[in-house]
Write a protein that binds this ligand. Structure first.
Ligand SMILES: Cc1cc2nc3c(=O)[nH]c(=O)nc-3n(C[C@H](O)[C@H](O)[C@H](O)COP(=O)(O)OP(=O)(O)OC[C@H]3O[C@@H](n4cnc5c(N)ncnc54)[C@H](O)[C@@H]3O)c2cc1C
Length: 394
């Protein structure tokens, strides 16, 4: 069967970002996916590249990823908005955390906005915020466009894609599938939340489970600006960059008092726009085998809170879905080499769109370093450094 420099298992954003970088390096690449097109976490999300909210310790990784997204957008022609994120402060604790964050990171990363400016930014003159912030470095893509378009572009450039083919085992340069074996110098496995079907021991060692998130798509009123992305107080409590601020505990206590329902569903209330409308979410539930059912109350709760900030009285819901991503109890990404020709890479937190291109560089860098030093067959895991093991979007 066919032989190539690099086999990549998984056509989600992590596999595709790695394919993009490897192709740039002049390597022959072959992507294998069990689906007939990308349908995993990478098309189910907000398309929000939240570089700014990541912890200080992974800012280098986040900025490498930002550069990768810009390069990929320029090469492939996908829509990528550099409009940043808006964070309205509806309460004093939210304003305090934003001010502390802006003082900590500086104006290049966070600019404070007046109540009027934030109302204009979200297109709702009656917002009632007391201030807010603009995070100019955050980016947006349309996940439903970006991931298939990157795959198409790579295919046009000569990257091989084998769709509708399930990989059943990977070892020593061979990817065994339900259609036979494929051989490569190296195999990089990016299966997302399906990690346990291929490497159950790695999944178990990191407590990998599936996080499910209730999402909606509603019609976008014209007054809401295109490229719009909004985080809220629940996001400030959740993303490590904000949550490291001294005011974060008071913010959490305030949220628990004012918004117990949002806290109960572990909400990260966010809104982003795509050409099809406004994406609204999300809640978080963690388990090994998720319920397939969408709890209408959770969808309605998120819709109600988001549309009240946006001043939309009668939202027209076009779609609802239950997104899924890989989560771990102990790390936000797994990067391991079970043998000297196999790398396993999974983002185990809700930040895979954000970090994809940074992690792709890391995967290829580690793989090149390993090839130079020819490690023993059972080399130690290349997991993130202690500084990087931060839980940015649990
Ligand atoms: C609702 C929601 C909101 C999110 N919001 C954000 C956000 O705002 N910002 C952010 O940065 N991240 C966000 N995320 C997280 C982000 O979407 C994921 O971290 C990221 O998409 C993971 O990419 P991936 O390539 O690892 O996985 P996936 O996109 O799931 O791709 C994995 C691929 O591997 C294939 N595969 C698996 N097993 C096999 C096998 N045995 N053989 C062949 N193929 C296989 C699958 O078919 C799939 O195509 C969100 C996720 C969800 C669900």
């Amino acid at each position: 069967m066919s032989k190539t420099d690099l086999i990549i298992v998984g056509s989600g954003i992590l596999g595709l970002a790695t394919a993009f970088r490897a192709h740039q390096q002049g390597r022959t690449v072959h992507v294998i996916d069990r689906s007939s097109r990308p349908v995993g976490s990478s098309i189910q999300n907000f398309g929000h590249a939240c570089f700014t909210g990541q912890a200080d310790e992974i800012q280098d990784l986040a900025m490498t990823s930002r550069a990768g997204w810009r390069e990929a957008a320029a090469a492939t022609g996908i829509w990528a908005a550099e409009t940043g994120s808006i964070v309205p402060a509806m309460t004093e604790p939210e304003l305090t955390v934003l001010q502390q964050f802006a003082d900590h990171r500086g104006a290049a990363q966070a600019t404070m906005l007046s109540a009027e400016e934030v109302a204009t930014s979200v297109g709702n003159p009656n917002l009632g915020a007391i201030g807010g912030a603009h995070l100019p470095l955050d980016m947006r893509v349309d996940p439903r466009e970006a991931v298939p378009a990157i795959a198409d572009w790579l295919a046009d450039q000569g990257v091989d894609f084998t769709w509708n083919t399930t990989v059943t085992e990977v070892a020593d340069g061979t990817a065994s599938t339900n259609r036979g074996d494929f051989h490569g110098e190296q195999v990089i496995v990016c299966p997302g939340y399906q990690l346990s079907s291929l490497f159950p021991d790695i999944a178990e060692a990191h407590g990998v489970r599936i996080c499910t998130l209730v999402m909606s798509l509603i019609e976008r009123p014209q007054r809401i600006p295109s490229g719009f992305a909004m985080l809220t107080g629940t996001s400030l409590a959740r993303y490590d960059g904000f949550a490291a601020m001294p005011g974060a505990s008071a913010l959490r206590e305030d949220l628990a008092r004012r918004e117990p329902d949002l806290v109960d569903v572990i909400a990260n209330l966010m809104v982003t726009d795509i050409p099809g409308g406004l994406l609204i979410g999300d809640s978080h539930a963690y388990t090994l085998s998720p319920e397939p059912f969408i709890d209408e109350r959770v969808g309605d709760l998120l819709l109600d809170r988001a549309t009240s900030i946006l001043g939309i009285d009668e939202p027209v819901v076009r779609q609802r879905w239950l997104g899924q991503y890989a989560d771990s109890t102990d790390t936000n990404f797994i990067l391991e080499r079970p043998d000297e020709r196999t790398t396993v890479a999974v983002v185990t937190s809700g930040i895979g769109m954000t970090l994809s291109f940074g992690i792709a560089d890391r995967i290829l860098g580690e793989e090149a370093a390993a090839a130079r030093t020819r490690p023993a067959p059972h080399s130690p895991p290349l997991t993130p450094t202690a500084d990087e093991v931060v839980m940015s979007d649990r």
